[in-house]
Write a protein that binds this ligand. Structure first.
Ligand SMILES: Nc1ncnc2c1ncn2[C@@H]1O[C@H](COP(=O)(O)OP(=O)(O)OP(=O)(O)O)[C@@H](O)[C@H]1O
Ligand SMILES: [Mg+2]
Length: 126
């Protein structure tokens, strides 16, 4: 079984088989895991199409289990940025603001569909 370990600023990601385990590195990481789960939980079906699904969230944001995606290459990211070809979160007015950024490490493919892997980028106090 192939395992892959990636460090983000707030979370460590361990990919095993078809799962990605995202462990909090700190309190900020726990808060990020919790925000990500809130976003997944409240997302409309159209928005869920843009998000890598969370299968299970451990208590206190200790870790989230996501489906494992294939990372986006820098070339692919540049091409998509040039052509504006990233999913459109704001297809409808109102509701939560865009929770992700457009850096290549935050996106991946699931069965050929482009999804955000890091969508904790919104402020809970907004
Ligand atoms: N579902 C997934 N499948 C495959 N790889 C993933 C998945 N989720 C996260 N990763 C990898 O793990 C890295 C760290 O995850 P993530 O970006 O969510 O953590 P973070 O600490 O919030 O990151 P940042 O450094 O952007 O603040 C990602 O950049 C990505 O490369
Ligand atoms: Mg990230």
């Amino acid at each position: 079984m192939v395992a892959l370990y990636t460090a983000g600023t707030m979370r460590w990601t361990l990919c095993i088989g078809s799962f990605a385990f995202k462990f909090a590195r700190s309190d900020r990481g726990r808060a990020a895991n919790q925000r990500e789960y809130i976003e997944w939980d409240r997302a409309t079906p159209i928005r869920r199409e843009m998000l890598c699904p969370i299968i299970w969230a451990a208590p206190y944001g200790l870790f989230n289990v996501m489906r494992r995606a294939v990372p986006l290459t820098p070339e692919d990211q540049q091409k998509r940025l040039d052509s504006g070809d990233f999913p459109d979160w704001d297809y409808m007015p109102g509701g939560p603001k865009e929770p992700f950024e457009y850096k290549e490490s935050d996106w991946g493919y699931l069965n050929g569909r482009l999804v955000s892997l890091d969508y904790a980028g919104w402020d809970r106090d907004e």
